[in-house]
Design a binder for this molecule. Sequence first.
Ligand code: G3H
Ligand code: 13P
Ligand code: ZN
Ligand code: NA
Length: 281
Amino acid sequence: MLASTQELLETARKNIYAIGAFNVYNLEGVKAVISAAEDCRSPAMLQIHPSALRYGSSTLVALCLEAARSAKVPISVHLDHSTKASNIYEALEAGMTSIMADGSHLPYQDNLAFTKEMTRLAHEYGAVVEAEIGRISGTEDGLTIAEKEAKMTDPEQAVQFVQATGVDSLAVTIGNVHGEYKSPPRLDFDRLAQIRQLLSIPLVLHGASGLPPEMIGRSIQLGVCKFNVNTEVRQAYMQSLKREICRPEDKDLLEIAGEAISAMKSVIIDKLTLFGAVNKS
Ligand code: G3H
Ligand code: 13P
Ligand code: ZN
Ligand code: NA
């Protein structure tokens, strides 16, 4: 069933587990997430990045919403990393009720102004907003954000930001990286604990691909109740396609698509298990 992001996150936080938010681009990705969540009896989130929105437009939104409605477990549909008002407006008009207003590339005051305005707009539509302060390094759908541009979330600034903007959840930057970790991941758990002490809204950790299980577990204990996962699922999809297409025996389109769904599904099941979300629907 189509669920509200805020309810999923609040329930997860209260019961000390986390919701997996998986980036999807097409029918295969959507099927993999729903089928994994149903098998695990887990709530989950379908997440659309603006690049996916450019690729699939409102058809992708409609697909996600319909898949969520007919799922046997609670699923919400969320717009990921939106730096443009036009994307947010488009998503809200298409019926999405959960968005990320991402001003993290902007100077602090500009991020605050952008997020505040987008939150006002989203709340008018009855939608909820995730925002980010600090800047995550790594690759966001092909664009590299250098280590030196990355900046960790300042706990005091986070409080001021949340109060001034009225956002519903906050993505923190504590050493997490989009895409692959080029060196072993190091998360600043003291910083996370401070942020948790000062803030009562749900906390989100991006860049979950590549994080070892113990870091996932510790983050949940310290208040993270949503993890964003993209790269590992994409890689499973691509590897499966390459493998199946190159087989000497002629495989049919639907067989190849089916294998790709299974490959993504197995990564998603692993993540839902790590997040403690199994049997939480
Ligand atoms: O953060 C949002 C993007 O969807 C991340 O994508 O790291 O797989 O390129 P990527
Ligand atoms: P990964 O690609 O590292 O899983 O990060 C995903 C993400 O943060 C999407 O917003
Ligand atoms: Zn992200
Ligand atoms: Na990552």
